[in-house]
Ligand binder design. Structure first.
Ligand code: NAD
Ligand code: DAU
Length: 332
């Protein structure tokens, strides 16, 4: 199995999940090691690691040619960064996916494309609808537009060239090894540093949070039993939980009052609500999320994630100051 972007947040968790639950796979990770990738995340694991760029067509040809299947996570992934400089997003998310698809076309290898719920745009806060596999694409940010572009390429390569591929659109992940630029680890590490947690705008926005291990299990269900050519939405039914509730819960779980956060400048073009209807993957492939509870659906997963960041200061501490000073310049 070739895993692109395996030194990033979800890729690292997916590689670890695969070694534990599907030890029949021999894994090669290819990762450019941008600011978001860290080779140390994979230290001690029985895998092959190649530092490389998915835009490098000769390298992709060689690596894809040696694989039986490719799981494609590599991407520029942070919306806020895409608002400052969209260029690497176009390059990696669109051109990089194109180079992989061409290699897959030449070698006839099984391909799974990791996409995101953001390709569908957003819902109004009072709209009870949920995204399904048939929801039209309406991306809002440079990040989500480039992810949508890559999905269109994958579908075109399926239809025009018959490549054996599947896609999945998952909602917001949380868990260990997530970069501290992202909402949940930013707040946890703020509290660990004695800084005040930061909520954009009024915090009414809704993200349909899912634990990263549930995402990994869903990808394996698709690799094992998914129908070629199909897309699968992955979500854990947390679309009743807004950002304000999540930040309050983090504050409470870390011994602060539920209002111990501050409001900061909003994200331009901020998507309001994401909500996933994951009926198809549940019915067809028998997948179910395991991290669920009656409260926000996140308490147990958040407790474990907070404990992980407490114990893994070496993962985040070196970058904390520079990440926060970049946010501070934007009033966030
Ligand atoms: P991340 O930013 O933590 O990791 C991305 C990884 O890709 C990094 O290791 C980086 O070094 C690598 N990379 C970037 N450009 C590369 C290139 N040109 N060549 C090779 N490697 C490159 O991202 P993540 O949060 O782990 O997201 C992984 C994938 O999952 C992305 O495709 C993202 O769109 C998708 N996704 C993320 C979420 C989420 O909540 N984080 C939800 C749904 C889908
Ligand atoms: O929906 C899936 C997407 O989830 C993935 O495709 C992206 O790769 C991933 O980064 C994530 O995108 P979001 O923009 O939703 O995630 P982020 O962690 O940046 O922000 C989550 C919400 O929290 C969002 O409404 C903005 C808000 N936020 C974010 C930060 C960093 C804050 O209120 N405060 C913050 O400090």
């Amino acid at each position: 199995m070739l895993v692109t972007g395996g030194a990033g947040f979800i890729g690292t968790n997916f590689v670890r999940y695969t070694l534990e639950h599907h030890p029949n796979y021999r894994i090669t990770v290819v990762d450019k090691l941008t600011y978001a990738g860290n080779k140390k995340n994979l230290e001690g694991l029985d895998i092959e690691f190649i530092q490389g760029d998915i835009c490098d067509s000769a390298l992709m040809d060689e690596l894809v040619g040696n694989a039986e299947c490719v799981v494609h996570f590599a991407a520029e992934s942070h919306n806020d960064n895409s608002l400052c400089d969209p260029s690497p997003f176009v390059q990696t998310n669109i051109v990089g996916t194109f180079q992989l698809l061409e290699a897959v076309r030449r070698h006839g290898v099984r391909f799974h494309h990791i996409s995101t719920d953001e390709v569908f745009g957003d819902l109004a806060l009072d709209d009870p609808a949920r995204f399904t596999e048939d929801t039209p694409y309406r991306p809002s940010s440079p990040y989500s537009a480039t992810k949508a572009g890559s999905d269109h390429l994958v579908r075109a390569w399926i239809r025009s060239f018959g490549i054996p591929a599947t896609l999945s659109q998952c909602s917001n992940n949380y868990g260990p090894w997530q970069h501290i630029e992202k909402f949940i680890p930013r707040q946890i590490t703020n509290i660990l540093c004695g800084l005040t947690p930061k909520l954009y705008g009024t915090g009414e926005q809704v993200r349909d949070w899912i634990h990263v291990d549930d995402h990994s299990a869903a990808v394996h269900a698709i690799l094992d039993r998914g129908r070629l050519g199909e897309s699968y939405i992955i979500g854990a039914d947390n679309d009743h939980v807004n950002n304000r509730r999540v930040i309050s819960l983090i504050c409470e779980l870390m011994g602060l009052g539920p209002d111990a956060f501050e409001l900061v400048a909003d994200r331009p073009g901020h998507d309001q609500r994401y909500a996933m209807d994951s009926t198809k993957i549940r019915r067809e492939l028998g997948w179910e999320p395991r991290y669920t509870d009656r409260d926000t659906g996140m308490r147990a997963g958040l407790e474990a994630t907070i404990a992980w960041y407490r114990e893994h200061e070496d993962f985040w501490r070196p970058e904390k100051e520079s990440v926060e000073s970049a946010y501070a310049k934007r009033g966030q």
